[in-house]
Design a protein around this ligand. Structure first.
Ligand SMILES: NC(=O)c1ccc[n+]([C@@H]2O[C@H](COP(=O)([O-])OP(=O)(O)OC[C@H]3O[C@@H](n4cnc5c(N)ncnc54)[C@H](OP(=O)(O)O)[C@@H]3O)[C@@H](O)[C@H]2O)c1
Length: 244
C-alpha cells in the first residue's frame, strides 16, 4: 500500500507507521518537527518500509497544505491510505476564558483537519479508490466540562467525516473515524494514569486492523463504545452536574 501519514510524529502515528513499515508499505510522512521527522524516516526504513518520503509542515498553515499533499502524491502516486493524526490537548480552564486560545485549538484540532480533508477527498475521488482515516476522539461524542473546547473541535471533525463518507462512497473511497479513549502519549503526559488507559501501540494495532476490515467508526480500544453509549445516555439534568 502507498500510505500518507499526517502528524506523523505523534506517538500513535509513529506506532502505526511502524506496523505499516514492517508490512513493507511505501510511506510518506508529514509532521511539524523536522529533526524528529528525519529520525522517524530512518527508523521506518530500518523496520522494512519499501521507501519513505517526508516533508515538514506546521499544519495550521492551511495555505501550505496543497503543496504538501502534492508532494506526497508525487512520491506515492496513488494514495491508498491517508491517515490524519495530529492534534493538541488545550488547557480547558484557559481556553474557556481566552477566545484566542480556543480559536487556536479549534484551528489545530478541527479546521486544519477539514482543510486537509478537502484536498484529500478531491484527490481520492479523482483516483476512484483509497481510504481516508482520521484520529478524532471519544471527547467529541459529548461536551464534557473538563475538555469541551477540544471536544467541540473533534466533534466537528467526526460530523464532517460522516457526511464525507456518504459523499465519497459513490466514488469508491472509504472514510474511517478513529475515536481513541485515554492514551498514554506526550499529549497526556501531565495526566494521572489509571485502568482505562492504553498504550499508543494498542491503539495503532486497532487502527491498522480496523482500516483493513473496512470499519466506519472505530472506538479504540473497543470498550470505549460501551462507555460512550452510557455517557451519551445520561440525562442532561444529571450530566450538567458531572465534572468528569
Ligand atoms: N492521547 C490521548 O489520550 C488521545 C485520546 C483521543 C484522541 N487522541 C488524538 O490522537 C491523535 C494523536 O495524539 P497522540 O496521543 O499521539 O499525541 P502526541 O504524541 O502528543 O501527538 C500529537 C502530535 O500532533 C502534532 N501537532 C500538534 N499541533 C501541530 C501543528 N500545528 N502542526 C503539525 N503537527 C502538530 C504534534 O507535533 P509536535 O511533535 O511537533 O509537537 C504531535 O506530534 C491526536 O489527534 C489526538 O487528539 C489522543
Amino acid at each position: 500500500m502507498n500510505i500518507l501519514i499526517i502528524g506523523a510524529n505523534s506517538a500513535i502515528a509513529k506506532a502505526t507507521a511502524r506496523i505499516y513499515a514492517a508490512q513493507k508499505n511505501k510511506l510518506f510522512l508529514i509532521a511539524r518537527n523536522d529533526e524528529q521527522l528525519g529520525a522517524l524516516v530512518e527508523d521506518l526504513k530500518i523496520r522494512g518500509a519499501q521507501s519513505v518520503g517526508s516533508t515538514s509542515l506546521d499544519l495550521t498553515r492551511h495555505k501550505e497544505h496543497e503543496q504538501a499533499i502534492e508532494k506526497a502524491a508525487g512520491f506515492l502516486e496513488n494514495i491508498d491510505l491517508a491517515l490524519i493524526c495530529h492534534g493538541s490537548l488545550p488547557d480547558q480552564a484557559k481556553a474557556e476564558i481566552d477566545f484566542k486560545l480556543a480559536q487556536q485549538e479549534i484551528n489545530v484540532n478541527g479546521l486544519s483537519v477539514i482543510s486537509l480533508l478537502t484536498l484529500l477527498s478531491a484527490r481520492l475521488k479523482q483516483q476512484g479508490n483509497g481510504t481516508i482515516a482520521v484520529i478524532s476522539s471519544v471527547a467529541g461524542d459529548r461536551g464534557r466540562q473538563p475538555n469541551f473546547v477540544y471536544g467541540a473541535a473533534k466533534s466537528m471533525v467526526s460530523t464532517y467525516l460522516q457526511g464525507l463518507r456518504g459523499m465519497l462512497f459513490q466514488h469508491n473511497v472509504h472514510v474511517v473515524d478513529i475515536r481513541p479513549g485515554l492514551v498514554d502519549s506526550p499529549m497526556t503526559a501531565q495526566l494521572k494514569k489509571g485502568l482505562l488507559w492504553s498504550s499508543p501501540e494498542t491503539i495503532a494495532a486497532k487502527i491498522v486492523s480496523s482500516i483493513k476490515a473496512g470499519k466506519h467508526t472505530v472506538y479504540a480500544p473497543g470498550y470505549w463504545r460501551a462507555i460512550m453509549f452510557i455517557v451519551n445516555g445520561i440525562p442532561e439534568f444529571i450530566f450538567k452536574r458531572l465534572k468528569f
